[in-house]
Write a protein that binds this ligand. Structure first.
Ligand SMILES: [Zn+2]
Length: 200
């Protein structure tokens, strides 16, 4: 687990140009020249052409080498999904997070309280989205062509200003699946669920 003060990310040694898929964060503007796409609850959906276009442009035109999916603890979208609160149209957008919550209900309910469950759901959501980035045709084609491209999953907490690396650092399809399995604790959910984990 890596924790650095958010401003220190300038010294992270990552490319000057990055793509961040993030949610409601002012901090990320302090990163060195990030190329940022944001939406509610930092979701990466394979039919979201806004998100896909940002990815394609950043990777194929700008030539970035690092994609960072950055979420945050206390995310309102994740909290609403966990609490199954109805907020209107946005409920449809948040449905993938409800699916993750359902899939991980057993390990989540083993945690002591809702605060910890929502924190973990925030982490799981970032991990699922990072894996989705890896499964886009854009990233798959970049890797197939031998391009250097790494996808990261980070989460931060406004309260302590710490940015945490979730242990997902994928530079090819195999490492994406392996890192996801380790970081998302695939072994902690039922085999049946694992075979049908939500990917859309
Ligand atoms: Zn959020």
């Amino acid at each position: 687990m890596l924790g650095v003060k958010a401003p220190a990310v300038r010294n992270f040694g990552v490319s000057q140009r990055q793509t961040l898929v993030s949610c409601g964060v002012d901090h990320v503007n302090k990163l060195p020249e990030p190329f940022v796409h944001r939406n509610v609850a930092n979701l990466v959906l394979h039919n979201d052409f806004s998100c896909l276009s940002v990815l394609q442009y950043a990777i194929e035109v700008l030539g970035i080498e690092h994609v960072i999916v950055c979420g945050h603890y206390g995310c309102g979208g994740v909290t609403a999904a966990w609490e199954q609160r109805s907020l209107g149209l946005v409920d449809n957008w948040l449905q993938p997070i409800r699916d993750i919550a359902h899939l991980y209900r057993e390990p989540l309910f083993r945690l002591p309280g809702d605060e910890q469950r929502i924190d973990r759901l925030c982490e799981l959501n970032v991990l699922f989205q990072a894996r989705r980035v890896c499964r886009t045709t854009i990233v798959q084609q970049a890797w197939d062509s031998g391009k250097s491209l790494t996808v990261h999953a980070w989460v931060y907490r406004l309260g302590d200003g710490l940015l945490r690396d979730l242990g997902f650092c994928a530079s090819d399809g195999e490492s994406a699946e392996g890192d996801f399995a380790r970081a998302a604790g695939v072994g902690t959910i039922g085999d049946e669920d694992a075979r049908h984990s939500p990917t859309a």
